[in-house]
Design a protein around this ligand. Sequence first.
Ligand code: URA
Ligand code: SF4
Length: 205
Amino acid sequence: MPDSAADLVPPRPTLPKLRDAAADCRACPLWEQATQTVFGAGRRSSPAMFVGEQPGDREDLEGAPFVGPAGRILDEALQLAGIDRRAAYVTNAVKHFKWEPRGKRRIHAKPSWSELSACRPWLEAELDVVRPRVLVCLGASAAQALLGRDFRVTRQRGEWLESDLAEHVTATIHPSAILRQRDDESRQREMEAFVRDLKLVASVL
Ligand code: URA
Ligand code: SF4
């Protein structure tokens, strides 16, 4: 088993070629317990790219990113920030669902650094093909995969970051963090802060 997907990235990649190649990826152990590779979705020339952590239960079954509960939060926040969903290419730092059984349910498990690293060539290839003007990391896993292991979203969210990855690069929380809040008041507060961060993105689109 290769320890990185780099050898699988086709020469002169296009999004369909990448999606086909990633469908057979076994560069880390995560493919084994997942249903399928969930590749990014969106137009090739999208001005903004949003990177989450990994597909969830629904995404694993449907084969598309952000189609479950976290995706609904993201859609709502994009709308409130005035960002057209069609301007967004949406993908994940890791392309297979990592989970642990809890009764009959499959509970999200955090991808390890080695899994994030193994999967990064797919993300880099997506960046090369889409060339978004704005890159948005949603949560710690995406931010650490793209900006370095020491990156702390809590400290540096909602500001423009020094990076060669795109003209404008920023990080904010993961929409799942809003779902995990205990009461309506904290959910609302987190949602407002998330929308505020996305308005920064809207300001350069
Ligand atoms: N969470 C993510 O990070 N990505 C998805 O696609 C769905 C949930
Ligand atoms: Fe390949 Fe990424 Fe899936 Fe690991 S998570 S098998 S690196 S596509």
